[in-house]
Design a protein around this ligand. Sequence first.
Ligand code: ZN
Length: 411
Amino acid sequence: MRAWSAPEVPVLPVVGPPVQLHDTATGRLRTSSPAGAARLYVCGITPYDATHMGHAATYVAFDLLNRAWRSAGHPVTYVQNVTDVDDPLLERADKVKIDWVELAERETELFRQDMHALRVLPPDHLVGAVESIPWAVAYIERLQAAGSIYQVESDLYFSVSADSTFGSVSGLDRAQMTPLFAERGGDPDRAGKKDPLDCVVWRGERPGEPSWDSPFGRGRPGWHIECTAISQEHLGVDFDVQGGGSDLVFPHHEMCASHAHVASGERFAQGYAHAGMVAYDGEKMSKSRGNLVFVSQLRNSDVDPMALRLVLLRHHYRSDWEWTDAALWDAVDTIQRWRKALSLGAGAPSAPVVEGVLAALAHDLDAPTAVDVVEQWVAATLGTGGLADTSDQRAGHAVHQLIDAALGLSL
Ligand code: ZN
């Protein structure tokens, strides 16, 4: 499907350092050294409701990775899915009496607008679950050939015991896995399964639900196989980074890695990166709690999307944090101060800012430190009305280009 249009990214006069990123599977920082293009897959939305700040935080986090790689001189191939058929979407469509295709298209379009407003670089391939069904079917056939698929009534399950490396992404033991599996869409108690943790890869047709033809009968793919198939189609095995929110570590990313390992004998991804959860009113932002702050709502109330983005940048992507209105209004004021400093033209020396921001981002996407570096430059520049250092007449221009390219803030 169509992605959103790409914002212009200024070309910086310097090359950034190699990018180090925390890997969930090993718990350590890993330096990316892509031979050609860096290959990134980030799990996308299920389009049944508008983009909330939790989503925005995740996509801005991986946008920073995309930008850090580009600053370091690597082209990037970025793939993202849209789960445009799944239980929550069908349930919502049924509840609000709207066609599920229409609901998915409407919410996907709103997501594109939100991402565009936040200046998130679009994926090279934005792929819907529906359009990728042939790839999912072919992938299930590979898993069948590897002897890892069995049937329960009209559904097909993937046997986690087929993968000797199962558990290596999350590092969890079975006692930790089982409740998470149940909580996050799994069915550990279903009769007929060989192992409670086995996941569905093909869901046989149910009355009133959309379904597609396959060699396994009519039905639709499971969520995990959707991301495995799409990522493998566009990126192949052993791609650089599989990303998403931290609630995807298990079972979602664990299952994708297992599918790929069983089908190919190869490693799914070199590293796994996860963004923290955003809370509001003391609890994780989630549909079931009803405590969502929507990007589109704030945009419609004339909040500058760059202020929204700055709030996100002020939190390290791996931390869990709480959205507050005070933080938003503070970011609105900060953006005004930054604009004023940039408009002076001359200012405090820009070279240390360029170096500091690129170094911070290359070190596990440390956006809060990068923002601090810019703040210091703004304070120094405003403190002297731009006359501090006449040797840097074009400091404003250089910092403007830097924060646009590296932080995605166009001011
Ligand atoms: Zn996914």
